[in-house]
Design a protein around this ligand. Sequence first.
Ligand SMILES: [Fe+2]
Length: 399
Amino acid sequence: MWSPTFVKAAALLLYILLISSVSECVYASSTGTAPVQVAIAATDYVCGSGGNWSMQYTLRTLGGADWSPTLAVYGDMGTANAVSLPWLVEEVASGGFDAVLHVGDLAYDLFQCLYVHMGPEVQGRENWFLPLQEGGKVGDKFMEQVEPIATQVPYMVAPGNHEWLHNFTHYKNRFSMPGNSENYHYSWNIGPAHIISFSTEVYFFLEDGLKLIEWQYHWLEQELQRVSAAEYRGERPWIIAMGHRPMYCSTNNDNDCDHHNSVVRVGLPLEYKYGLEKLFYQYGVDLELWGHEHIYERMWPLFNYTVMNGSYENPYTNPGAPVHIVTGSAGCREDHGDFKKDQPEWVAFTSRDYGYSKMTVHNATHLSFQQISADQGGKVVDEFTIIKDYHGPYRAMDL
Ligand SMILES: [Fe+2]
């Protein structure tokens, strides 16, 4: 049995490990002896207070900049019809993932109370369950559902439209991402990657007017400037941005990304202020990850609807613009998305299957990506590698 002193020390260690991306980790042995420095470690911990403590979990801590982490990436999973969940749990249990990026639309919906089954006579996935109003039991269920994942590896989230109620209250209070923006926007390091998470929802929920948009945009500018400094980017060369609603998609809805001048891409209507495409291009963001559309699609390297492939033979080797991936097909109570009949030339690959993405940041030059289909029993339905000899502002386009 652990002594209270040791439990407190372990909890403190866990907190320090969670908020800092250190190149070495401190491993606290279960005998309570002095901590030992090791390269990558597993840390046992419990959570709770007073007489209420969780079972003991093991957290796999992060390696340094020369480490090659593998991350799960997906959006739009939900509690009902979480098709990808068993695959994710199994992969985490077997050590296949070092972290998770859940790019918004977490529980469908965190704030809702419970679901009522509508019976077999109701057609369509969306009508299988009727969500009742507030109460947060769906949020509780979601947290229990991802417990086998989030207790072992960092479970990093971005806000989606389904987190909206009461100014994103459940989203802000159920998670604790780095920084002090109430999880709206933040950044962190994993291996050779610097990951920037932000809210696309500030452009669509305008209870506070433009305040949140301006706040986030200025933070993004400062953050990109900070991590573009040679000494920083030399160590963490891959800049990966993640937000919920894509700039580009080829689905056949009337969502923001279906519009030529999507708000996330070019900014607010008429004024065209606070758009993110130019900003990310100027600072040489390497990869942009999105959800919201219940599909998977991979774009060719793209800026302002212009394909900027590295070369005809090797489009993702030294690309001339960021690579966009939409991976919002983890499951959820809504159905698969559909694509436009005529696909634009800037789309490289599409899949309607439920599934999730698997991203490995190998080193400073190589990042590989796979799309796993849960519908096809874990089959890899897409695979590509970005190779970059240089990370920084793109050169060719006239801004
Ligand atoms: Fe969404």
